[in-house]
Design a protein around this ligand. Structure first.
Ligand code: AVJ
Length: 321
């Protein structure tokens, strides 16, 4: 279908940038401007996220690693021998490397990720480091229906979904995702999922507004990406990073705040900003152990076990069908 509101000068060679352009324009023309958090992760955004995971204020990554390290044997015991282990949004595969040494009888490891290039190189590295492991990468968007390799049919399935990625979904969408994974995996399946927990607002606020400004750079990089990929003239100095915990919705909200009244041209379309108007760029939902179990239950999964760190900052759940 043609894209009437995009200027002919806009590079739309590949369908991904076309979808990106349509999404961005729809979000910026909405009464409350918003952009989808999944678009943070271009090359630069992924590098900035890696830097975030090493920040002193950003506790989730190191806390989850600590749980996987300490409770790895018990977590791995939830995965039946001979299972196919399917990781949803595998990214850098750093976390599954903590579990694999405890999973000697795995039939296959199936990383599912949209970034095909990254997926292939990670699979290679993993095969080199775990020579007896069968690695079957699937290039797919795990939020959409996807097929598992055919010869894995009949094997017990276990999912691995770390990093509190589930927190980026609206609770209804998170439940829908869990239901879709349940349908894909079938009876007897297990799901190991990492979920960030509700905690003191000051701790949460700092984790998403760090002193070094790395999260600010991560948020603002979305505008750089839009400037480059669909043709826009966002002035990065004219927008400020904002992140705060909203206890009523139990979520971190990230925004980009317009520092002044201004008009930005995006793919040939003028987009007006009032001073102080924001673009909502991300929600990161925080659960209690109980509220997450309730969400999982509403999607057909039974909470089998849960592990947390001593501060109860983060949780790793074993769910079963
Ligand atoms: C990768 C979605 C888990 O919500 O904590 C980090 C992304 N955003 N800092 C999170 C993120 C800002 C992160 N997740």
């Amino acid at each position: 279908a043609p894209l009437p509101h995009l200027s002919p000068a806009t590079p739309l060679a590949d369908p991904h940038s076309r979808v990106f352009a349509e999404d961005v324009l729809a979000g910026l023309r909405a009464p409350r401007k918003h952009l989808a958090a999944k678009y943070f992760y271009d090359r630069q955004g992924s590098a900035l996220f890696e830097a975030i995971t090493r920040l002193p204020e950003y506790y989730p990554t190191r806390t989850e690693f600590g749980i996987l390290e300490r409770d790895g044997p018990a977590i791995a015991a939830e995965v039946a021998p001979g299972s196919a282990l399917v990781e949803l949004g595998s990214g850098s595969t750093q976390k599954v490397r903590r579990l694999l040494p405890h999973l000697r009888d795995l039939a296959a490891y199936v990383p599912v990720d949209v970034s095909e290039e990254f997926l292939r190189s990670e699979a290679e590295d993993l095969r080199a480091d775990f020579p007896h492991l069968r690695v079957e990468p699937v290039a797919a968007d795990f939020t959409q229906p996807f097929a598992l390799p055919e010869d894995l049919a009949g094997l017990p399935r276990a999912g691995f979904f770390p990093g509190s990625t589930i927190g980026n979904f609206e609770p209804q969408a998170a439940a829908a995702l869990l239901r879709h994974v349940a349908a894909t995996f079938g009876a007897g399946a297990r799901l190991i999922v990492g979920v960030d927990l509700v905690k003191d607002k000051a701790v949460l606020d700092a984790a998403y507004d760090d002193a070094a400004g790395v999260t600010a750079a991560f948020n603002l990089n979305l505008l750089t990406r839009i400037n480059r990929e669909i043709g826009a003239d966002f002035d990065l100095d004219a927008f400020a990073h904002q992140a705060f915990f909203d206890p009523d919705h139990s979520r971190i909200e990230m925004h980009l705040v317009s520092r002044r009244a201004q008009t930005v041209t995006v793919a040939g379309i003028p987009i007006a900003f009032a001073s102080g108007e924001t673009i909502h760029t991300e929600n990161s939902y925080k659960y209690t152990v109980e509220s997450f179990r309730a969400l999982a239950r509403s999607a057909g999964w039974e909470g089998r076990a849960v592990w947390t760190d001593p501060d109860r900052f983060f949780s790793v759940h074993a769910l079963g069908l």
